[in-house]
Design a protein around this ligand. Structure first.
Ligand SMILES: [Zn+2]
Length: 129
């Protein structure tokens, strides 16, 4: 079966705190989060930017969360104001996955990896692996 997998990486800076955490992460602090998104599809699609079916999806639609908070992204925001659950890396990855899914064709399989620090990251997908 033909298969295309897009990969994109970006960073955003954001503040957060983890309510109920027994330690310093309970206090407001910031991270430069790095995000890797892969988008796998067996077919190509049109997009908002290209009418013909020649893309898995547009890279711009995978990168929305890296854009300025005032333009709908997460850069320079307080994550606790956007994400309705505890802002652990696990939940941030799940949130970016869900929000990105809503912007792209349904049959695309997404995997979202979020680095909270250069040495600690989490990978999230809604498929069994
Ligand atoms: Zn933190």
């Amino acid at each position: 079966m033909p298969t295309w997998t897009l990969h994109t990486e970006f960073t955003f800076d954001a503040a957060h705190f983890i309510e109920g955490y027994d330690g310093k992460c309970a206090r407001m602090h910031g991270h430069t989060y790095k995000v890797h998104i892969s988008a796998k599809s067996h077919k190509l699609n049109p997009s908002k930017y290209l009418e013909t079916p020649d893309m898995v999806c547009d890279f711009n639609e995978l990168k929305w969360s890296g854009s300025d908070g005032q333009k709908g992204g997460l850069d320079h925001t307080v994550l606790n104001e956007s994400i309705p659950v505890a802002t652990t890396a696990e939940r941030i990855a799940e949130y970016i996955h869900k929000e990105t899914k809503s912007r792209i064709p349904e049959e695309i399989d997404l995997t979202v990896t979020v680095w909270e620090t250069p040495t600690s990251w989490v990978e999230y997908t809604d498929k069994d692996v």
